[in-house]
Design a protein around this ligand. Structure first.
Ligand code: UDP
Ligand code: MG
Length: 317
């Protein structure tokens, strides 16, 4: 009987050729130092650079502890991680970015929390090294999310987290197309906790997230985990129609008593534009949810796997 596989580390990789050598050099020693049986599951998210080649070379070097899932296109970070989950076999699964923003040495601290009985270990970045607008935006989004979802997370932006096998199995049963993994996992956790982990500047290469994809990601987080935006909207609708009902009554009475008025045209414009703005936003919001429904009913595969590099259990030594 081989020792049980304690740890799977799932790493999504998209055009990371510049940082992969440094990652290999730091990750494997850190994991070897843990003294448990582990595997690293790299998921290549359709990289167009040399990443896939570097990953397969690393597989040749450490086939005993390395598995590589090559996706057939770019499906995005979260789907890539989901693919990694499907192929992970460890009792505990840690997700990590490839860019070395979080030190692999901190995996030990995550595991220590799991030893203490937690099934979900989130993370808070010690000292964030991101641009100022990402600080501000992420603080605002954190606060908004706290209000409209039941997900309590101090720092939603940090992907270095640990999950128990039970949570991973539950996630594997979910067929959502666009999701936000830390939030999805949080919903299935019984005893979640958070620790502070290190955060450095990206070692090499550049961020794969533009402002646009960050906004998309936050929509996934809000509309994927809460109906509050829709409900809020009907509340706004009720309030606005009540107020405008009062306004109509007031104007009608005024007309009867004081006679018709001439001014006030631009006030009317202002009110009309405000309402049009609210309606447009509402339609957009409906569209967000309908888009999600549309994607779910099509039931397309979330990702397509081109190849998997792995050694079958019992094969070679
Ligand atoms: N990533 C991915 N597919 C994508 C975009 C990103 O697999 O379409 C991976 C990327 O290789 C990295 C992780 O997701 O390992 C986080 O990306 P990045 O560091 O660019 O995000 P940031 O830290 O800037 O939020
Ligand atoms: Mg990063």
């Amino acid at each position: 009987m081989p020792a049980p596989l304690v740890l799977s580390v799932v790493i999504p990789v998209y055009n990371e050729e510049a940082v992969l050598p440094a990652l290999f050099a730091r990750l494997y020693p850190a994991l070897d130092a843990l003294g448990v049986r582990y595997e690293v599951v790299f998921v290549d998210d359709g990289s167009r650079d040399q990443s896939a080649r570097l990953l397969s070379e690393q597989f040749e070097r450490r086939p005993d502890v390395t598995r590589v899932v090559l996706l057939n296109g770019n499906f995005g970070q979260h789907r890539a991680i989901l693919a990694g989950f499907e192929y992970s076999r460890g009792e505990r699964v840690v997700t990590l970015d490839a860019d070395l923003q979080n030190p692999p040495e901190d995996i030990a601290a995550l595991l220590a929390q799991m030893d203490a009985g937690h099934d979900y270990v989130g993370s808070i970045r010690r000292q964030r090294n991101d641009s100022w607008w990402r600080h501000v935006a992420s603080r605002a989004m954190n606060r908004l999310r706290e209000r409209i979802t039941r997900i309590r997370m101090t720092d939603q932006g940090c992907m270095m987290r640990a999950y128990s096998r039970r949570i991973i199995d539950t996630i594997n049963q979910c067929n959502e197309m666009n999701t936000f993994i830390p939030a999805l996992a949080y919903q299935f956790a019984q005893n979640p906790t958070e620790i502070v982990v290190g955060h450095e500047e990206r070692q090499a290469g550049e961020s794969k997230y533009s402002l646009y994809s960050l906004i998309r990601l936050n929509f996934d987080l809000m509309t994927g985990f809460s109906l509050v935006p829709l409900q809020l909207f009907s509340m706004v609708g009720i309030i606005v129609s009540l107020l405008s009902g009062l306004l109509v009554i007031y104007m009608g009475g005024r007309r009867l008593i004081l006679g018709p008025e001439e001014g006030g045209l631009f006030t009317l414009f202002a009110i009309a534009f405000l309402l049009i703005g609210i309606v447009l936003f509402g339609i957009g919001l409906l569209g967000e949810y309908i888009g999600r429904i549309y994607q779910e009913v099509r039931q397309r595969p979330r990702y397509v796997i081109a190849a998997v590099l792995e050694r079958q259990p019992g094969e070679g030594a």
